[in-house]
Design a protein around this ligand. Structure first.
Ligand code: PEP
Length: 246
């Protein structure tokens, strides 16, 4: 269960959040708990949860190792700060910052090379769904974002299906709509990387909340959730992590 905090929370607020979270989820064994603070809070959050069952990720990275790339952060720098995961190609990055499948692919390779698990986001817009091009769009995103990986890299990464029309809108895909696309993603992935398709974890994201999480997680190809809004309050995030108790 991954909480994407987007551009929210100061360093102190981020640390205080995980301070409360770590006690509440200390008994959780079967769910990987991930938080994605802003770059500047990652290291402080990591120091608060080091060695525990909460892992820290970043919301983006740049594919070069170092150099004259003002404003960017490399995979090795994220590793140094304590990040073991990174979000790549989130729809907000695609929409506002010009992220495309080709750059997503470069970032996936840089993350994998530095032993950081990429969580690669794909998803169709409302217009694309209404035009019945969802599967075409998803196929292109998966193929181009995830090309030329080794079987090992392909097995370790995580894919997040996030229909753009469901992000931050309160509209959730029905469990059936989500399952249909998840199964399709696994099928496409099996054509690319035969042995990795069973291992790859596919998260659903888009207005996941404590009251809809259980039905979504029951679907056979939904392996977890990537959550924005409902991950910002600690009580709500705890309920999501412990969805199996709902
Ligand atoms: C997200 O940003 O990844 C997301 C799914 O947001 P929300 O849960 O707020 O829809």
């Amino acid at each position: 269960m991954a909480g994407n905090w987007k551009m929210n929370k100061t360093i102190a607020e981020s640390v205080s959040f995980v301070h409360m979270l770590k006690t509440a989820v200390s008994d959780v064994k079967d769910v990987d708990v991930l938080v994605f603070p802003t770059f500047i809070s990652t290291n402080a959050v990591y120091n608060e949860v080091k060695g525990l069952n909460i892992k820290v990720g970043a919301q983006n990275l740049f594919w070069e190792e170092k150099g004259a790339f003002t404003g960017e952060v490399s995979a090795s720098m994220l590793k140094d700060a304590g990040c073991s995961y990174v979000l790549i190609g989130h729809s907000e990055r695609r929409q506002y910052f010009g992220e495309v499948d080709k750059t997503v692919n470069k970032k996936v390779k840089a993350a994998s090379l530095n032993d950081i698990v990429p969580i690669v986001c794909v998803g169709e817009t409302l217009k694309e769904r209404e035009e019945n091009t969802t599967f075409k769009v998803i196929k292109k995103q998966v193929k181009e974002s995830l090309s030329d990986l080794s079987q090992e890299e392909a097995s370790k990464l995580v894919i997040a299906y996030e229909p753009v029309w469901a992000i931050g809108t309160g509209k959730t895909a029905t469990p059936q709509q989500a399952q249909e696309v998840h199964a399709f993603i696994r099928e496409i992935y099996s054509q690319l990387y035969k042995n990795a398709a069973d291992k790859v974890r596919i998260l659903y994201g888009g207005s996941v909340k404590p009251d809809n999480v259980s039905e979504l997680m029951k679907q056979s190809d939904i392996d977890g959730g990537l959550v924005g809004g409902a991950s910002l309050e600690v009580e709500s995030f705890i309920k999501l992590v412990k969805y199996f108790k709902n």
